[in-house]
Design a protein around this ligand. Structure first.
Ligand code: ZN
Length: 175
């Protein structure tokens, strides 16, 4: 396995739209292994192939705190979404920035697993947010695209004020 380089905003390669994976083979599984090594080292809880300059529809997640829940989504497709969740999102490709983003609270997703078998999964909360964030990467979209410049400034000022008045204890996770 090898650690890969993560592209960082505003690298134009992050704007490429990924194409479907055609064969789930050993070459792809080697890439998946490298992506997990890269994500765990960062550390992060999700990584899309786009972020390591591979423009195929593949993403991985692990929202556990002990590397116990690695998930692989190949050619993911959201079938249903409902509810609203607003959370602070970070991104390994936009280091140091955390912004509030609104997503669907619950999704149903269809995908191929690392063996090429078709699966469906219901996800909610953090996992649902993570999958939606990573699918955006596959479409060349970044979480900062959801925020207006004015709102970005407001949030930044608010956070700076909070930092002046109290020590920050919040630990945000980058996806
Ligand atoms: Zn990201």
């Amino acid at each position: 396995m090898a650690k890969l380089t993560i592209l960082e905003f505003p690298d134009p390669r992050l704007r490429k739209k990924a194409t479907p994976v055609e064969a789930v083979d050993d070459r792809l599984r080697a890439l998946i292994g490298d992506m997990f090594e890269t994500m765990y080292a960062a550390p992060g809880i999700g990584l899309a192939a786009t972020q390591v300059d591979v423009h195929k529809r593949l993403l991985i997640t692990d929202i556990s705190s002990d590397k116990s829940d690695p998930l692989v989504f190949i050619n993911p497709e959201i079938l249903e979404k409902d509810g609203v969740i607003v959370s602070d999102e970070g991104c390994l490709s936009v280091p140091g920035y955390y912004e509030e983003v609104e997503r669907a609270e619950h999704i149903r997703v269809r995908y191929l697993d690392r063996n090429g078998d078709e699966k469906e999964m219901e996800a909610e909360g953090l996992l649902a947010v993570c999958i939606q964030h990573e699918i955006d990467h596959l479409d060349g979209k970044l979480f900062v695209d959801y925020i207006s410049e004015a709102k970005r400034q407001r949030i930044r000022k608010k956070l700076q004020k909070e930092r002046r008045t109290q020590p920050t204890t919040k630990v945000a996770k980058a996806i």
